[in-house]
Design a protein. Structure first.
Length: 297
């Protein structure tokens, strides 16, 4: 919502000020100038990027416009899942835990946290490293290095859309000049016409330059930055998983390990200790019918 409001404010101030200075709003409406700029920008975008990034750009822009990012409830659900999974790893035999990791869609643990279950990449990340912990031969520093590599790769892949949009934003002013030059060429063909007509053609041509600059710095560039923030917020979720599982591997009890994960959450959406305990430890203890699990918790 903030993106839409920001674009309305920016466009309103620019074009409203133009009208307030005595300009004619009709002069700004130059659809073929917009088609030259937008069409050339989109064509260049298709040339420069594989189709996977082109398709992903749609979902990335939608995330930016809707402000979709992990909220406190999402973080609580993630920590709750990790807590339940670590208790299983700590108290249950290997064959019983493997059932949850091999078929998370059928696991009662994962079904209890649908927001995590729906995120296929995050679900796979959790299951892969939980399986390595279950095997028991891996060292924590080796797992940490492997996690860092995977998270870094994930972040680079997710930010490719941002890089592509920034390239488009950087090129829009030049494409605006292309539209303006073509408009001037058209105006040169009307030198024998009246000054009023010639002035209108030149003014229409200059709209191309103004439009390219405005679209670059007032629309595409800010949207790209919003995409980056949204994608980095989602990447932070993997850091939470990493810190939690590493603490567990190093001998921390599940209720201590999730505190490591909580500290990795941004302060804006970080749950308090009491909220975390209420959503995970206390709730888990109330639903726990196993004396062995109560003793381990």
């Amino acid at each position: 919502m903030g993106v839409i409001i920001g674009i309305i404010i920016a466009a309103g101030c620019v074009f409203g000020s133009f009208y307030g200075m005595g300009g004619h709003i009709g002069t700004i409406w130059q659809p073929f100038e917009f088609l030259i700029i937008g069409g050339a920008a989109f064509g260049a975008f298709l040339i420069a990027n594989p189709m996977k990034i082109v398709v992903d750009s749609g979902s990335a822009i939608l995330q930016a416009v809707t402000g979709k990012a992990p909220r406190q409830a999402d973080n609580l659900a993630l920590l709750g899942l990790l807590y339940a999974l670590m208790r299983e790893l700590r108290t249950k035999p290997r064959n019983e835990v493997e059932v949850h990791l091999e078929s998370p869609e059928q696991s009662e643990i994962f079904k209890a946290y649908p927001t995590v279950l729906r995120d296929g990449e995050l679900r796979t990340f959790i299951c892969d490293y939980a399986r390595l912990i279950l095997i028991g031969n891996a060292r924590s520093h080796e797992i940490e290095a492997l996690m860092d590599e995977e998270i870094g790769t994930y972040r680079r892949d997710r930010l490719k859309v941002y890089t592509a949009l920034v390239a488009v934003a950087d090129g829009l002013p030049a494409l605006g000049i292309v539209a303006a030059v073509l408009g001037i060429v058209k105006a040169m063909g009307a030198l024998d016409q009246s000054p009023a007509l010639l002035g209108g053609l030149i003014g229409a041509a200059l709209i191309g330059t103004a439009s390219g600059i405005f679209m670059s710095y007032g629309v595409v560039g800010p949207v790209a930055q919003k995409v980056k923030l949204a994608r980095e917020a989602h990447t932070r979720t993997y850091i939470v998983v990493k810190q939690t599982l590493l603490a567990f591997m190093n001998g921390a009890l599940p209720q201590i390990a999730i505190e490591y994960g909580r500290k990795a959450i941004s302060s804006a959406s970080r749950p308090t200790i009491d909220e975390l305990e209420s959503a995970t430890i206390s709730g888990g203890s109330r639903n726990d019918n196993s004396p062995r699990e109560r003793e381990a918790a």
